[in-house]
Design a protein around this ligand. Structure first.
Ligand SMILES: Cc1cc2nc3c(=O)[nH]c(=O)nc-3n(C[C@H](O)[C@H](O)[C@H](O)COP(=O)(O)OP(=O)(O)OC[C@H]3O[C@@H](n4cnc5c(N)ncnc54)[C@H](O)[C@@H]3O)c2cc1C
Length: 533
């Protein structure tokens, strides 16, 4: 490691300078017509802003000690280097002139020094969770190790279902109620720590497996937040305790074959009928739809197209759980309506196996009035309730990515310790160590940002930050799992090594919960611009 410890004041000044470049670039973006007119620029800007936000959080972590400060320094250098890569050749767009990079050069040179990064290879750093959340981490880590990991390879390789023992075990641990307020039978106590338990537990479960661990609690998270935002008191009382206990398992049915990123234009129709609504249309990528007891479904209740997203409502669609990969369900004929049908066809995927994603077709499927979220006042409000759910889902996805990266890092470190090539363990080669050191910095600083965003969300803020954290960390997870796989050489490509699964699992993170491009352009860049106004 370099002899000189990190000078926090100058590091903070540098991050502030990077922020000033981003602020000036946002002004340019605004003048040039905004993210829809300048997509290439806006995308880079959103990613750079997300990196800088993570770096700011890293510097708070740096205050805690020497290891923390070394990891943070490496991370800040990485972010500044990334910023340079995005600006280089596009200075006119960014509105910078030479020597714009000069203030950063010495810092980046110092903390990107290969020997410095190599020294961090086996130094992942303490998490500083505090006693309460450390206990939560240990509890879920043990569960992941004993109950999740032993099944992960088989489920992945045979495309099997999540074992019921994991679902019941997680329910017993309270995993489904982490964000459900205590008043409704869950464990969220409100205030700053409201989301911390969920983030900590999700990381550990995802360390066990993305497909059969951490992702199991994504859907209850989204349902919980949507209900807390828009549900009537009666609906909260009816659903939340059962969500918290795991008695009700949910799936999210928003995406349609023709409308994924463009959520506001979904077309599945909800038509009023006696005592409720009839659903007709198709949804796709509905993960866990077979096993779920309820689908959280966004449908067009107000047919005037001009209403766009204000014509959407959110429904809780009850259904019988099914074990089989594909399913067909029917409802008894109703007066003058005939039989309702719901069919599910599974979509085979590269990874993220265990929950299975489904294409769904609804034919006159009846939903009672009481299952319209928010009741009559919720008509036309579904888009907003769903987006509230997604904000939570994005933070949860950040924690999923961190857990997955942690698993990949540990696996690569372990392999590198034992694999001897050219008569040396590959861990002794500088290049292996540089990769591992870089991973350690990325993972710890991503984790610290996730925890900071969780605290912000607990204070009722942090929606933009959750999106920024997701944008940064999901791309980072692709790099970390790729390099972890590469450290395994040929065995990284063998299914019997978990790292090959980590690699394919990581790839989905920047597709769902807001595809990376849409998230950057339509959420992050847009909100950063709004925040200036
Ligand atoms: C494994 C998996 C599980 C999923 N689980 C669920 C689930 O449980 N429930 C659910 O509702 N959905 C789920 N999804 C769907 C997911 O949310 C969508 O795939 C995602 O929103 C993207 O939509 P799309 O696939 O239609 O892509 P599109 O919207 O067709 O986008 C295609 C590409 O174009 C880019 N793009 C889109 N618009 C723009 C633009 N304006 N400018 C530039 N680029 C643009 C996108 O970023 C993307 O790269 C899941 C998806 C996967 C892969």
């Amino acid at each position: 490691m370099p002899a000189a410890p990190l000078d926090l004041t100058s590091a903070n000044n540098l991050v502030q300078s990077a922020q000033s470049i981003i602020d000036a670039a946002l002004a340019r973006l605004h003048d040039l017509g905004g993210p829809d007119r300048q997509q290439g620029f806006a995308y880079d800007l959103a990613h750079a802003a997300s990196g800088v936000a993570t770096a700011r959080s890293a510097l708070r972590y740096a205050e805690r000690g020497e290891t923390e400060s070394a990891l943070a320094a490496a991370f800040v250098a990485l972010v500044l280097h990334d910023l340079a890569g995005r600006v280089l050749g596009r200075e006119a767009l960014w509105g910078v002139t030479d020597p714009w990079y000069e203030p950063f050069a010495a810092f980046v040179a110092y903390y990107r020094e290969p020997a410095f990064l190599a020294a961090l290879a086996e130094t992942p750093g303490p998490r500083h969770l505090g006693d309460d959340f450390q206990s939560v981490a240990e509890l879920f880590h043990r569960f992941a190790e004993e109950q999740v990991r032993p099944h992960a390879e088989r489920v992945h390789r045979t495309n099997a279902d999540i074992p019921e023992s994991i679902i019941t075990g997680l329910a017993e641990l309270g995993g489904f109620g982490l964000s459900v307020p205590e008043a409704y039978g869950g464990f969220a106590t409100g205030g700053e720590s409201e989301y911390l338990g969920m983030v900590v537990a999700t990381e550990e479960l995802s360390w066990g497996s993305l497909g059969i661990g951490g992702s199991l609690i994504t859907r209850p998270e989204i349902l919980t937040r949507a209900l807390l935002r828009g549900g009537t008191e009666e609906q909260k009382q009816r659903w939340l305790p059962r969500v918290a206990s795991g008695d009700v398992l949910a799936a999210i049915a928003v995406t349609e074959p023709d409308f994924g990123s463009d959520v506001a234009n979904v077309t599945t129709a909800a038509t009023p009928t006696t005592g409720g609504w009839l659903l007709n249309g198709a949804k796709t990528w509905c993960t866990f739809a077979a096993r779920a007891d309820v689908l959280v479904l966004l449908a067009r209740s107000e047919p005037e197209r001009a209403l766009a997203h204000r014509g959407l409502s959110l429904f809780l669609v009850e259904k019988a759980p099914s074990e089989s990969p594909g399913f067909t369900l029917s409802q008894e004929a109703r007066d003058g309506i005939g039989t309702g049908r719901l069919e599910g066809r599974p979509i085979d995927t590269l990874g993220y196996r265990g929950m299975h994603s489904y294409e769904l077709s609804f034919d006159n499927w009846f939903v009672p009035d009481e299952n319209l979220v928010g009741g009559d006042e919720g008509r036309g409000q579904g888009f907003y309730f769903q987006m509230a759910g997604f904000e939570n889902g994005r933070l949860q996805t950040v924690a999923r990515a961190v857990g997955l990266m942690q698993a990949a890092y540990e696996s690569a470190l372990e392999y590198a310790r034992h694999r001897v090539v050219f008569a040396e363990p590959i861990l002794d080669y500088e290049l292996t160590r540089v990769k591992l050191g870089t991973m350690a910095a990325i993972i710890q600083c991503s984790r610290q940002y996730a925890l900071d965003v969780a605290r912000l969300m607990g204070q009722g803020d942090g929606a933009l930050e959750a999106s920024m954290a997701k944008a940064y960390v999901c791309r980072a997870a692709e790099w970390v799992t790729r390099e972890a796989m590469q450290i395994h050489g040929g065995m990284g490509y063998a299914e019997e090594y978990a790292v090959s699964r980590y690699f394919v699992d990581a790839r989905v993170l920047s597709i769902f919960e807001g595809a990376d491009e849409t998230l950057c352009l339509k959420v992050i860049a847009r909100r950063l611009l709004e925040a200036r106004d």
